[in-house]
Design a protein around this ligand. Structure first.
Ligand code: DAH
Length: 337
């Protein structure tokens, strides 16, 4: 066979290669030790003297052409393309799924709580996590000797006099009331910090939602009605609620609010400590001293306030027994929400 017809044959055969197995066979046939190229090369000395040089050159050209064809073909084979640019893909195969992210469970619960209050006309306001000692304590009628002001219970900023990481979202009451005149209906979601030893129910950082309403003639019964809509919205229509007298410096009277245990339905379980009730928040009527501190006349305005921990609400809602799970970034946990 002359070199031209070998070249034509090579071009046809290369086109028909459809797998790496066929490519190996093809390479063996032409480039193998006893392959066609080797055969041509070894026949050079048998050619008449005057043809040897040009024949040798032709063999070399054929060989480099062959190598180019092979490397091109290998590229299309490895990218799944061959024969006239048609894709060799099984279009019936399932696709490669893209993993979608989602909101963190605490963000989800926070939004759910905010939405319930927004439907009742509350506005969302945020405040800074670095707060003044005045807004966090003094303005809220928390006296200097109160244990929460101790350095063991609040993160004070070392080199900044009278600045701290807020220990609750209540200071936004002071900020908002100083800036705006009543009527006000505000909720404040956000992060708070306390130097607590970490265990299943404590972290040095967690989230709270503060809420308050101020106007002429706001009554304790308004607080009860609003909180009932909230608790039933989050925990379901069947729950019962009770207000227990309590003390907070910034409200008078003050109450802690319990819901009937959603886990044991008041039969008694370890979560409610066999009491049948779960504490969900603190609340009360805004103390006249707080109104004075922000420049409103307590003879004119009344208001209620409440504050709750978002992690606690989320733990009760989903039956989670360890607060640390929220912040370990374990996707097996997070993907369940
Ligand atoms: N600030 C309180 C805390 O962090 C929660 C709280 C209780 C907020 C009663 C209030 C309230 O507005 O009236 O424990």
């Amino acid at each position: 066979m002359d070199i031209d017809s070998i070249k034509t044959q090579i071009e046809q055969e290369v086109q028909n290669i459809a797998s790496s197995g066929q490519m190996s066979e093809f390479k063996f046939k032409y480039l193998g030790r006893k392959g066609i190229i080797a055969e041509l090369t070894s026949s050079i000395p048998n050619k008449p003297k005057e043809e040897r040089a040009s024949f040798g050159q032709e063999v070399n050209r054929l060989k480099s052409k062959l190598n180019i064809l092979i490397s091109e073909k290998e590229k299309t084979l490895s990218s799944g393309l061959s024969q006239g640019g048609l894709a060799v893909v099984d279009i019936g195969m399932p696709g490669i799924a893209q993993e979608l992210g989602q909101l963190h469970p605490i963000t989800q619960v926070m939004e759910e709580i905010c939405n319930i209050f927004m439907r009742m006309g509350f506005q969302v306001v945020e405040g800074p996590e670095v707060e003044t000692e005045y807004n966090n304590f003094t303005g809220l009628n928390i006296p200097l000797e109160h244990p929460s002001r101790d350095a063991f219970d609040t993160f004070y900023l070392k080199d900044y006099d009278r600045l701290l990481l807020r220990s609750h979202t209540s200071p936004v009451q002071v900020r908002a009331m100083k800036e705006h005149k009543p009527p006000l209906a505000i909720i404040v979601p956000g992060r708070v910090y306390r130097p607590d030893a970490v265990d299943a129910s404590h972290l040095f950082m967690f989230h709270q939602i503060e809420g308050f309403m101020v106007d002429r003639g706001v009554r304790f019964s308004d607080l009860k009605g609003i909180l009932e809509v909230f608790a039933k919205g989050i925990f379901g229509r069947d729950i019962k609620m009770r207000f227990r007298p309590h003390f907070f410096p910034f409200t008078e009277p003050s109450a802690e609010v319990d819901i009937s245990c959603i886990i044991c339905k008041q039969k008694g379980c370890s979560v409610c400590g066999r009491k049948g009730w779960l504490e969900i928040l603190g609340s009360g009527m805004i103390h006249p001293n707080v109104f004075k501190n922000v420049g409103h006349d307590p003879a004119k305005y009344t208001g209620f306030a409440f504050g709750m921990g978002i992690e606690r609400i989320a733990m009760l809602k989903y039956g989670i027994d360890d607060i640390r799970l929220f912040f370990e970034n374990d996707l097996r946990f997070l993907k369940q929400f």
